[in-house]
Design a protein around this ligand. Structure first.
Ligand code: MLT
Length: 421
């Protein structure tokens, strides 16, 4: 087999006892292929018409529309519609979609009983995942749904999850603060409503800053989908058994919670803080990053698929400037981040390795400025990624993918006789 100029020798029969299996991990690392086995179907590799990603040239498009144009001119709910239904809605369609989302933001009061059982130190992602799973119990018809015959119920299920996730996310934050819950204020737009539920206190009316609400909307757009990744393929795999949308999304949330997937912007903030606390000598840390034995790693640089600028990073950098200016905040971490980016992008070591800032490099600075604590960063990622997960789930169902069942290559013991002790 020839892959990009390299020759791989594959055994004729795989997986049989005694056969020396090919080293899939090595092959994957060297060739960039996840697998050559179509048996993996919608788990390891899949065809998709949702998000186009060209990591070599730093291009990202949703349904053909460049991310830059969507971030500049669209709104998160319009982008959600685009990802889920595949086209940009006409004004009347979008108004209807927004109206429906507004009317479903409330969460069943019985779910409060589940919520009240969480200790104050519960991680917000644990609360989010558990409450999204429990939506399946409240709306059991969503499980095993015939998506062609029950289209209306499917649409309602999609509306419900989009409408309720910000409410549940804000609950998870309020729990961690020990604060009373705020009910949704449906006269507000999607992001302003979320900010209201997060930060309004009964004693202190909270004014939603429009620049902050817009920046948040943009952040959600930028996180809305990223083709196949750990959480997206988890959603597809769980959904391939015809599990309901809520449980599949909950599984995606759990996949995202893992620090290797959703934890990077937290690591960036911690790194920036470490540099700041050590006196802010950026050049010294750039040198440390090059020394493998220093124990210091540059977080928020490089990405599995981008060998060029992550197009989302540029937009987020500008949004960070806008938010800090609007809130009159002078965060030394933003200055350190910019210095770090400049130093690294002019250093041959990073140039050779094609290490550019990724989506996580500046987003934490915005969240920090808004007052969103670090343990909520992954929850914010989940809010943004929701339409992508829904679109991936729907596409997998519409294209009638079979139930996922990754192929196994057995590498264990050959047959042994059981000898009782
Ligand atoms: C991202 O948005 O960068 C991700 O979901 C991670 C990935 O693409 O693997």
């Amino acid at each position: 087999l020839h892959v990009e100029g390299k020759v791989y020798k594959l055994p004729v029969v795989r997986g049989t006892e005694g056969e020396k299996a090919i080293d899939i991990a090595k092959l994957r690392d060297e060739s960039g292929f996840i697998t050559l086995d179509t048996g993996y179907k919608n788990t390891g590799a899949t065809k998709s018409a949702i998000t186009f990603l060209d990591g070599e040239n730093g291009i990202l498009r949703y349904r053909g529309y460049p991310i830059e144009q969507l971030a500049e001119h669209s709104t998160f709910l319009e982008v959600a519609f685009l990802l889920i239904y595949g086209y940009l809605p006409k004004k009347a369609e979008l108004d209807k979609f927004i109206h429906e989302v507004r009317t479903h933001t409330m969460v069943n009061e019985d779910m409060r009983k589940i919520f009240d059982g969480f200790p104050v130190n519960a991680h917000p992602m644990g609360v989010l995942s558990a409450l999204v799973t429990s939506l399946s119990a409240f709306y059991p018809k969503a499980v095993g749904l015939d998506i062609d015959k029950e289209k209306e119920y499917l649409d309602l299920t999609i509306i419900r999850i989009i409408a309720k996730l910000p409410t549940i996310a804000a609950w998870s934050y309020k729990n961690s603060q020990g604060h009373p819950l705020n009910y949704p204020k449906n006269s507000l737009d999607y992001c302003s409503n979320f900010l209201h539920m997060m930060f309004s206190l009964p004693v202190e009316p909270y004014e939603v800053n429009p620049v902050v609400a817009r920046a948040l909307d943009k952040l959600l757009i930028l996180h809305a989908d990223h083709e196949q990744n750990c959480s997206a393929s988890t959603v597809r795999l769980v959904g391939s058994s015809h599990a309901g949308l809520y449980s599949s999304i909950a599984a995606g949330i759990d996949a995202l919670w893992g620090p290797l997937h959703g934890g990077a912007n937290q690591e960036v903030i911690e790194m920036l803080q470490e540099i700041h606390d050590a006196g802010g000598n950026v050049k010294q840390f750039v040198e440390k990053a090059k020394d493998k034995n220093s124990g210091f790693r540059l977080m928020g640089f490089g990405h599995r698929v981008y060998k060029n600028f992550d197009p989302r990073a540029k937009i987020i950098k500008k949004a960070a400037d806008d938010v800090l200016k609007a809130l009159n905040i002078n965060d030394p971490l933003l200055d350190i981040a910019k210095e770090l980016e400049h130093a690294a992008l002019n250093d041959q070591y990073f140039i050779d390795r094609k290490l550019y800032p990724n989506v996580d490099f500046y987003s934490g600075i915005i969240y920090k400025a808004i007052g969103i604590p670090i343990n909520m960063f992954t929850v914010m990622f989940a809010l943004g990624r929701l339409p992508g997960w829904i679109a991936q789930w729907l596409e997998m169902r519409r294209t009638k993918e079979p139930i996922g069942r990754p192929r196994q290559i057995y590498i264990g013991e050959t047959a042994r006789d059981y000898v009782p002790v």
